[in-house]
Design a protein around this ligand. Sequence first.
Ligand code: FMN
Length: 445
Amino acid sequence: MIYHEPFDYKTNEELLKAAKKLNIQLPFQGDLSPLFRKLEIGGKTVPNRLAVQPMEGADAYFNGSPGELTWRRYRRYAEGGSGLIWFEAAAVGPEGRSNPHQLMLNNENLESFQSLVKDTRDAAYKAYGDSHDIFCVLQLTHSGRYSKLGSEVSPKVVMYNPYLDKSTKSLHILDDTELDELQEPYIETARLAYHAGFDAVDIKSCNGYLLNELLAAYGREHSRYGGGFENRTRFLTEVVHKIHANVPNLCLAVRLSGFDGIPFPYGFGFAKDSPLDIDLTELKALIRRLLLLGCSLFNVTAGNPRYKPHLGRPYDRCLPGSQFPDEHPLIGIKRLLNITKGLQKHFPNVPFVGTGYSWLRQFFPYVGAAVIENNEASLMGLGRSSFAYPDVPRDLVEQGHMDARKVCITCSRCSELLRNGYHSGCVTRDKEIYEKEYQKIKADE
Ligand SMILES: Cc1cc2nc3c(=O)[nH]c(=O)nc-3n(C[C@H](O)[C@H](O)[C@H](O)COP(=O)(O)O)c2cc1C
């Protein structure tokens, strides 16, 4: 068994030696120029290959409009120089919100989203000139089993899952009619997102939320949304088809979990006959279909953060009450890189955003540059690092390297803030705001 070890490398050599010891071939190169190559997505030129991953800040107003900290966050991302900003999960309706401060776009607050997108784009133009035209994606979500109404948990599931549910009692299992009715809010929110100025919407299908769970609904009986591949992918494919038909000039993206860590037949992505082996066969078939339906961008992650968070975000400090995984973070990172590589190699001309770099601290640009150079992903997506150090692209251009004093230390406090219902951000590197926020958790204890 290889146990977890915290990050403890001061040089490239030390990191590569640790990888070698684990028998891992980590893509790595000193030439960072691949990160600054332009990329075509849906007829638009993205200025570089550095992407901000969707990261919920839980700082919207109750009506779903972006709050002050939301504005601040996106301005910081834009000023930092990333070419693509994947705006965080925005609920398609109040009953699908993960918390009362989650973004939610509707007719009433469209103007505030229009201003947010404009402000973000303007910040990028101001910093880098008119040709630095960032690509803005809005992630649309229904939180499914992690929904809250106000601050009350209000799970909506597609079937009982023994890995996630303590019992079958009081589970709200959405019936087919309820699922049918949920399609329209996606289409309407996508239409509004187009009017707000987003280049694309992502029909979020990862991390254990509603659409991810549908992909794994093998055991949902007597339903148009359960059982075989056609049924399990129905919601996603129908929504994509309808958005493409109704909002033809909006790019379509999907964030998918390569696997969610839950064994077959309760999870998605593991082989049926070998429950610990990842099997990309269905995912490839799904992506092929989504491409035919008009999707032009994919983002690949893994795991369900409420089940085995290390699968999607290797860390050095666990959330209180949870345990360290029995694996070295480099193994988790290599797994994430391999999943994206498997898909990118299968669809060489389709843009895929890769995930899982933050644990690598100041060394991730060298890994990302090699990944892009080898066409193992098209963009390098940064999650927690974007909270901590939004100006990585700027530092890479101006100084040629990252500043080790500014990196994300994967302390999980951003997740802890989110879980506890507070505004989320980097407690370590953005202290002025988020250390104070974190004190509220301490005060609650
Ligand atoms: C506080 C927090 C909020 C997140 N919010 C979202 C989200 O809104 N949508 C999403 O798809 N993933 C979300 N994620 C996952 C990240 O996008 C990303 O996949 C993960 O942090 C791993 O990347 P990293 O190693 O660069 O952090 C969130 C993660 C954290 C820690």
